[in-house]
Write a protein that binds this ligand. Structure first.
Ligand code: LLP
Length: 432
């Protein structure tokens, strides 16, 4: 199981997250329901901090949680209290971080298409830095800041043209991607930034992709970036920070996912002996394995070719399988004690199932070919769903979005109520 230690099967055959039984959560809050572990969030963050401390750079390093992975206020408040910074990509995420008690001076603002309104809001809040992704954005930001009589702190997101060797939809560091400033253009754009009156050059950043299992491409990107930093210094453009983005992969199935220490070691080796502040933008690796999606089997359909288990969660709740053919472990919440084998694993007379949602699309699946012993009404836990799960959910088929619960020891916090159907069309109107 990819979340060993965080969720465990108790002697009574039921799955627990920290000190709480998952079936008790389902009973109290219904399904589908996202469930997160505060201890797991804190442990993942500590993994980064400890690795940074080991390399002696903790004092000048800032871990900016990539809010897009999971923007629930409860989760953001956990990271804010741990002293984290935040990587945002919209005015909406800025508002969330501020509402959750995040420190605006620890916010970096990424994204290829920031609007003037978003720039103004971020300048008003006093964020740490804008990660600028194009020449056009640089000019606009200068104008917006000038009109507010402010100077905007900027970093240029440089595209290092390094292959992250991950899924094509989440690769961002190749020349062909829409992201960042081409490596060859960066020097000229820094010179332009220096000449613009309402900008203050702070740093440089890059982010080459997500779910990276091998740290080598990230270290290679950092090395390329450093070459640029030194070339800039030679021209008198001295940077105060280097932001190496996010991207560390996690284990969903049986991948050999690195620990934060393993992932950061080659990067920090490249960055050793420098004076700049170091910024990181991890998303998935801080929340992915801290969360699961709880769902109930509604209908079993046994056929000649396939067996289907129709559950009450669907692609609108968890889009990753439909979108990326992503694999999430799916386990029964309760296994009768007589069917428990060694180590608490289920020894069952399993059938092979397609685990699907009720949405009218063949792409609406959560897992293919899963060997499970199921009855209608059973609860299932879809694991490693803390990142890009709820954050990418929708109301497709007019389905209210799931509730979200944050477990802290024996305490259960409902951090997002289940949506009600009337709320889903409250902003619409019939014709007069
Ligand atoms: N910084 C920037 C500029 C990013 O674009 C991203 C993610 C991150 C940081 C955080 O990357 P992470 O540490 O989470 O890998 N929806 C996809 C993942 C999309 C990632 C987009 N950018 C998925 O479900 O796999």
């Amino acid at each position: 199981m990819s979340q060993a230690g965080i969720i465990q099967r108790a002697a009574d055959g039921g799955l627990r997250i920290e000190d709480v039984a998952l079936d008790a959560i389902a009973q109290q809050f219904g399904t589908p329901c996202y469930v997160y572990s505060r201890a797991a969030l804190a442990a993942a963050y500590a993994g980064y901090r400890e690795a940074l401390a080991t390399h002696g750079v903790a004092d000048r390093a800032l871990v900016c949680y990539a809010v897009k992975a999971n923007s629930n206020l409860g989760i953001l408040s956990v990271f804010a209290r741990l002293g984290a910074g935040f990587d945002i990509v919209s005015g909406g995420e800025l508002a969330r971080v501020l509402a959750a008690g995040g420190d605006p001076r620890k916010i970096v603002f990424s994204g290829v298409g920031k609007s003037r309104e978003e720039m103004r809001a971020a300048l008003d809040a006093g964020i740490l830095c804008f990660n600028v992704e194009s020449a056009s954005e640089l000019e606009t930001l200068d104008a917006v800041a000038g009109a507010m009589d402010k100077r905007a702190p900027v970093s240029l997101r440089v595209n290092p043209n390094v292959d992250p060797k991950t899924h094509p939809y989440i690769s961002t560091g190749l020349k062909t991607a829409k992201f960042g400033i081409p490596f060859e253009d960066a020097l000229a754009l820094y010179r332009r930034a220096r000449d613009l009156p309402n900008l203050e050059i702070h740093g440089i950043d890059c982010h080459i992709g997500s779910q990276l299992l091998d740290p080598a491409p990230a270290a290679e990107a950092a090395a390329k970036i450093l070459g640029l930093v030194d070339a800039l210094a030679a021209e008198g453009i001295v940077l105060s920070h280097i932001d190496v983005g996010g991207g560390m992969g996690i284990r969903y199935r049986d991948e050999a996912a690195p620990t934060a220490a393993e992932y950061l070691a080659p990067l920090l080796q490249v960055l050793a002996g420098r004076n700049e502040k170091l910024l990181f933008e991890p998303g998935r690796s801080l929340v992915g394995n801290a969360g699961l999606l709880l769902t109930r089997v509604e209908v079993l359909k046994h056929g000649e070719e396939k067996n289907f288990a129709v559950v009450d969660a669907a692609m609108n709740d968890l889009a990753r399988p439909a979108l990326y053919d992503a694999w999430h472990d799916i386990v029964p919440v309760r296994v009768p004690v007589k069917k428990l084998g060694a180590g608490g694993t289920a020894k069952v007379a399993a059938k092979r199932y397609e685990i699907v949602g009720p949405i009218c699309e063949s792409g609406d699946f959560l897992g293919h070919d899963r060997d499970l012993d199921l009855a209608e009404g059973d609860l299932l836990a879809i694991l490693s769903a803390g990142a890009y799960g709820m954050a990418m959910s929708s109301n497709y088929n007019t389905r209210p979005r799931a509730a979200e619960v944050l477990v802290d020891g024996a305490n259960i916090h409902l951090v997002r109520r289940r949506e009600e159907i009337a709320q889903l069309f409250a902003l619409e109107s019939v014709l007069p």
